[in-house]
Design a protein around this ligand. Structure first.
Ligand code: PGA
Length: 250
């Protein structure tokens, strides 16, 4: 059975005091949820605090990024070991903002994936087409290439550490969502690409989240689709009430 997951990507939002306040709200609203895995991804400097706050409840903590090297002269970067050492074993890789603003390529992401797997971390691997790709009807090819070049080199047994997040770039932070039909169509395509590259069992078992302007008023219809196993939430994850409503819609 595929895991149902709702993950909140807080991006560069919430200082320590704000993080504590939001976590405290989330703990009381979602701490006892069952059947859905809840993940929050605060900024690096607040990860340790978040992990301490959430030890007693059913909410997991993820990092938003990490470096591909084990350690060394990489000023400003964070390693997998540093994350593991504070109890963080989930990482978001390949978010479109990392790709667009920080030059992360598929080849670089393939290295990050390998490093994370070496540390037995769970990876929320993000990918998705840009508006021009969809307009020119290249969206399936773009998505398949992102998967092939960034992820499809991993061993069969590494798939248990993978969660996919399909996030069409044109829907992120724009208020425009893919329709439930567009999300379903792409998620089904992603499963078929995995079945082709690996096998049907892996394709059937991996959780595929949808991301891009998921809000309380549209979550239910998107999550109702057969191949959508949850969401990666940006803006609406910054508010406990919205995030809770979205989690409860799954
Ligand atoms: P959004 O962000 O929900 O604000 O569109 C989604 C994401 O970037 O993961």
């Amino acid at each position: 059975m595929r895991k149902k997951i709702v993950a909140g990507n807080w991006k560069m939002n919430k200082n320590l005091a704000e993080t504590e306040a939001l976590l405290s709200d989330l703990k009381s609203k979602l701490g006892n949820i069952s059947g859905t895995q809840i993940i929050v991804a605060p900024t690096f400097v607040n990860l340790q605090k978040a992990n301490e706050e959430l030890t007693q409840v059913n909410i997991d903590v993820a990092a938003q990024n990490m470096h591909q090297s084990e350690n060394g002269a990489f000023t400003g970067e964070i390693s997998a070991d540093m994350l593991n050492n504070i109890g963080v074993d989930t990482v978001i890789l390949g978010h479109s903002e990392r790709r667009a603003y920080f030059g992360e390529t598929d080849a670089l992401l393939a290295q990050k994936v390998d490093t994370a797997l070496t540390h037995n971390m769970t990876i929320i691997f993000c990918f998705g087409e840009e508006l021009q790709d969809r307009k020119s009807e290249n969206h399936f090819a773009v998505v398949e290439n992102q998967l092939k070049n960034g992820l499809f080199h991993i061993d069969t047994n590494a798939w248990k550490n993978i969660v996919l997040a399909y996030e069409p770039v044109w829907a992120i932070g724009t208020g425009e969502t893919a329709s439930p039909e567009q999300a379903q169509e792409m998620h089904a395509f992603i499963r078929s690409a995995i079945a082709k590259a690996y096998d049907q069992t892996i394709a059937d078992e991996v959780s595929i989240l949808y991301g891009g302007s998921v809000k309380p008023n549209n979550a239910e219809e998107i999550f109702a689709k057969q191949d959508v196993d949850g969401g990666l939430i940006g803006g609406a994850a910054l508010d406990a009430e919205s995030f809770t409503a979205i989690a409860n819609a799954l």
